[in-house]
Structures are given as structure tokens and as C-alpha cells.
Design a protein around this ligand. Sequence first.
Ligand code: ADP
Length: 462
Amino acid sequence: MKLRTRITLLFTIITASIVMIFGISIYLVAKENRQKEFYTLLEKEAITKINLFLDAEVDTKTLQNIYRSNREILNEVEVAIYNESFELIYHDAVDIDFVKETPEMLEEIVANERISFYQEDWQVIGLLYAYGDQKYIVTAAAYDEYGYTKLASLLYTLLLAFGISIVVIFVSGLYISKQAFDPLKDMSEKAKIISATNLDLRLNTSDSQDELSELAITFNEMLNRLETSFDAQKDFVSNISHELRTPLASIVTELELALDTQSEKTDYHEVISNTLSDAKKLVRLSNSLLDFAKASYDPSEISFKNLRMDELLMDARQDLLHHNPNFTIDIQFDMKWLSDSNDDQISVNGNEYLLQVALTNLLENGCKYSKDNTCKVTISGEKSVEKQNIVIKVQDFGIGIRKKDLPHIFTPFYRGKNQNFVDGNGIGMSLTKKIIDLHQGEINVKSKVNKGTTFTVKLPSL
Ligand code: ADP
């Protein structure tokens, strides 16, 4: 069953129950009141008649005539009067005599002074009445036709009102739930047509600050994030294809040239050397991409251990110099910090391979983008209230980065205007940032064109 129907039914049942309890209470109170009022009326009639009979000394015939003529038009009260010896001294109509007074009944009246009961639908009242020094027993009985008609009409009205109110409640419940659920239905319809090909579609939002509009806003924000990451993925794939295509196309051209039978031995040598250089580019790219994928893993899937940053830095330097003997990397340690710190304060909890990659990228760029292939590195510590950081600064005095390029250098495949200066694929800095983020650190860059660049990395120590 749909939520909308369920809520409507629940709303109808609850409201109908309240209306029903209300109606039943009204009916029961009216029923009780009718009974009480009619007994009071019977009592008054009985007393009036006994007074007429005893006090005003109206004769029996006249009283009986009044009873009979009244009986034609209304439900006249039938009265009987007995003396103390239980002898009948007056009766409105002995031939009708609806209430058959038995000696037991009369005794009960004497004992209780007042009794009341039902005989079929008739209400009967028995009274002990004192007049002078005599006591009389009076019974009065009648059918409350007027009261019952009023009660029946009340019941009919209540049932009709109940029926109508159920219909009204159900219809208004349907209307209210429709009003409440229509926006949800619209959202669901819209959400159904949003797919990878039209991620730019958004749910309608209203100015009202209700929960549904909040939901739509949250959903749209999620779509914004999805669209951004989807676009980034698309860019990433197209960038990879581009980066792969260029060296591959050049390898194909070189090899086609080599197939030329006229080619000299020296030509072959050049072809092989060019092809090798392109193949190396491809290897670098695929290695970078593999590292990028690793750094994008869930941190829980990457193995972390305690690593001394000074040692990591030295290893990165050595590795880089091994492959690039023309580079100069000058590392300076903050000796005071080093001597004041224990092992934990110069160590981080990290992944050795990934941190090595990040440091190598920074050092390599520092040397790569400087004419003298030199960079200077300092390692020190920084204390704040809640944590302690290891700070690594990689500074070069090379060609620098344009202000316009600075915000983008951490975007995968982005290469600055200065890219023509040296070979690259635009992965290094984005990969480095990913790795630093993975280690809960931060990376900042300051640069001036033709003056140089400084990267500052802060990593929380143990
Ligand atoms: P690339 O393979 O092009 O070096 P990176 O991701 O390592 O890619 O760097 C992205 C861009 O940032 C580079 O193309 C370059 O424009 C700029 N860059 C990074 N480091 C330096 C630096 N030390 N000096 C000058 N420019 C740099």
C-alpha cells in the first residue's frame, strides 16, 4: 500500500474514532437525561393526581374522563392510588391497567418510599405519599413517546453526521496527503530521468524552508558533487588518452621511418633512441597513474607504519640523484629541532612508498624547473596547541609559476605555461597533494616568475 493511502486511512480512522466517541457520549448522555426527566415527570403527575383526588376532592369519574380524553392525543400517565391496606381507591382506567400492582410491589414501595422500573418500554414509578395522618401508595406509568422520538432523531442525526464526516475526513485526508506528497512524486519523476548523460538536471526547489525543499537542496548538492566528479573522471580519461596517444603516435612514426629500406645505420640508431625516450615517457606516465590510483584508495586499505621523515627525505634525495646525476639537492636540518625532538616527533604514521613518491616529485620539480637543476630543502618542526607538525620546505630559484597557474597545479594533468621548459605529464603535483591529504597533512605553494618556487608540506608527527 502506498504511503499516501496509508496516511490517509490512518488519518481517517483516528479522526473517525474521535468523532464516534464524541457522538456515542452525546447519545448516552441524552438517553440518561430522557430517562431521568421522564421519571421526574411521572412523579409530578402522580402527586398532582393524588392531590386532585384527595385535596381538591375531584371525583373519580371526572379524573377518569380527563385521563381517557387526554389519552387520545398524548401518552397520558396512568395513575393508581392505594390506601395503607393495599386497597385500590382510585385507578385511571381499570380496563386498561397496564401496571399490575401486586402486594409484593406495594410492600416494596412502602419499604423504599420510592421505586422506579421499566415494564416493557413503559416507565413506572411507585411512591409512598403522606396526606394528613394517612399514607397512600401511588403508582404512575407511561410510555415516553416524545422522549424516544427525540432520542431516535438524535441518533439518526448523529449517524448521518458521522457518515458525512467520514467522507469529508477521507476526502480532505486524500487532498492533504496529495498536497504533501506531490512534491515528492515530482522529485521522484525528475530523479528517474537523471542519468549519466544529463547530470546537469536539478530538482525544483521552492523558497519555503520546509523539509521537502531542504531534501531537494541536499539532493541537488549531491548532484553537483557527482557532476563535478563525473566531469573530473571524464577529463581524467581524456587526458590519459591524450598523454598516451602522443608518445605512441611518435613511436609509430619513428618505426615506420625505420622500415624504409633506404635508411642508414645511423638513422636506425636515432629511431631506436627516440623510440626509447617515448617508451620511457609511457613508463613514467603509467607509473604515475598507478601511484595515483594507490593514493586514491580508501586509507584503511593502505598499510601505514611509523616512518622517520629525515630518513625518508634522504632516501628520496638519493634515489633522485641516482637517476639524475646532474641534479643538486641541498638538505638542511633544523638542528635545534632535531636535537630537542625524540624519535616520535620526527616520525609520521604513513605509507613509505607513497611518501617517498610525494617527496621525490617535489624535489624533482624543484630541480627540473630551475636552470641550475638545484633545489634547497629544509626540515623542521612546528608546535601548535593540539598537534605537532613536521615541516618540509622545498625551495628552488628557477622559472617560477604564473599567478594564473598557481590555483590549478594540483589538478590532474594540468601543466602550467612553463611546461615547455621541461618534459612532464601533469600528474606529479596532483599525486603529491593526494598523498599529503591521505596523511592528514597540508601542502602550500608560493612562487614568483623567474624568482623561484617554494613548496611547504606539513605532516602531523606521531
Ligand atoms: P609536470 O609533469 O608538468 O611537472 P606536475 O604535476 O609535477 O606536472 O606540475 C604541474 C605544473 O606545476 C607544472 O606543469 C608546472 O607548470 C608547475 N610546477 C610544479 N612545480 C614547479 C616548480 N618547482 N617550478 C615551476 N613550476 C612548477
